[in-house]
Design a binder for this molecule. Structure first.
Ligand SMILES: [Zn+2]
Length: 356
């Protein structure tokens, strides 16, 4: 067998065309197909690589990603007395949403608590997995009477699907674009099913998929302690409250996992903006997460914050790889930008060895 190769430019264009056809022409009776596409894109970042190789994804992992996507959506919207949970199905409310709503109540909205419970968590994940395997998995790639099998073969492999070669590559390269399109289409679908919300598409979207403005204040005391009151980027004292910043910018990937947060001066945070931080910052970030690992994780547990250092690192590797390939620049300080040296590979690999 030949070594895997990244798809050609024409192959990548074909991927985008097919994806667009699927969203334009596919029939959607529930939002599951959007969730499935989003889940596959997410898993390509955490599990895939840039070689162009095939990628096997388990339906259990897809189900877990489903739960993460639907979790914030399984509460009434808009907040208020007679608000209900948004319909995500043309008929009766989507099963996954109904089940999640029940767990939402039982665990007061805390996904971390639910995951800790083991038996409830395993139960829920198994049931969602059944739904994924029964409903969207084999229907996703059908438009009208036509089959459009460009992602994976419609073959039940007993708990997994195998993404064709080049697919994980394309999802990784086009991740921001692809998820933006999926979230937009998903939001419009939900709006159509919930006509009472007419005209609220902007708010609706940030309700469904979160927003960078989500309050991160809860992280502040923990980060202040771990960073000894200093700004993560310039390392001088923070005299005011300081901003909680997504180290891997939220605009690139909405990574709300604990290790991704740092405390910074408002000025440092706003000049970094949506840029990736330079490699010296990356080194300090992996160092902080390594040396303060116990303190951070105890704090995350206490504050019911999701955290997964391995997945966080995988996403960092993806983000730096993308910028390197595109010849983009990273943020050093104030208005100073520069190109990557490639040292990020060593930094992130070293961080991986430590955690093993
Ligand atoms: Zn600073």
């Amino acid at each position: 067998m030949n070594a895997p190769r990244p798809p050609t430019a024409e192959g990548q264009l074909e991927f985008l065309r097919s994806l667009q056809r699927l969203l334009d022409e596919g029939s959607f009776t529930s939002s599951y197909k959007f969730a499935l596409l989003h889940a596959i894109a997410d898993l390509c970042l955490v599990k895939g690589e840039d070689s162009g190789a095939e990628l096997e994804l388990s339906t259990a992992d897809i189900a877990e990603q489903f739960v993460r996507l639907y979790w914030p959506q399984a509460i009434p919207y808009p907040a208020g007395n007679d608000a209900g949970i948004l319909h995500q199905n043309t008929g009766r409310q989507a099963l996954v949403v109904r089940e999640l709503a029940e767990y939402h109540n039982r665990y007061q909205g805390s996904l971390v608590e639910l995951e800790r419970s083991r038996s409830d968590w395993d139960n829920l994940r198994r049931r969602v997995e059944q739904t994924v395997r029964k409903m969207p998995l084999w229907k996703l790639q059908t438009v009208g009477s036509e089959r459009l099998e460009f992602l994976y073969e419609n073959v039940d492999r007993g708990g997994s699907v195998r993404l064709q070669s080049g697919v994980a590559y394309c999802f990784r390269v086009f991740y921001p674009l692809v998820t933006d399109v999926i979230e937009g289409a998903w939001s419009h679908f939900v709006q159509r099913l919930n006509p009472q919300l007419l005209g609220q598409i902007v708010d609706l979207r940030s309700f469904l998929f979160g927003s960078q403005r989500t309050s991160l204040a809860a992280y502040r005391p923990l980060l202040r302690a771990v960073q000894r009151g200093r700004c993560f980027y310039c390392e001088s004292d923070i005299k005011s409250r300081g901003d909680v910043d997504h180290f891997i910018p939220w605009r690139r990937y909405s990574l709300d996992l604990g290790h991704n947060f740092v405390l910074a001066h408002r000025g440092c945070n706003s000049s970094k903006s949506d840029l990736l931080a330079a490699e010296e910052h990356l080194e300090r970030w992996t160092e902080r997460n390594r040396t303060c690992r116990d303190e951070l994780e105890a704090g995350f547990e206490e504050g019911r914050v999701l955290h997964d250092w391995r997945a966080t690192r995988q996403i960092a590797r993806w983000a730096y790889g993308q910028v390197q390939r595109a010849g983009g620049q990273v943020w050093v300080q104030a208005n100073e930008l520069r190109h990557l040296s490639g040292d990020w590979r060593r930094i992130l690999s070293a961080a991986g060895d430590e955690a093993a």
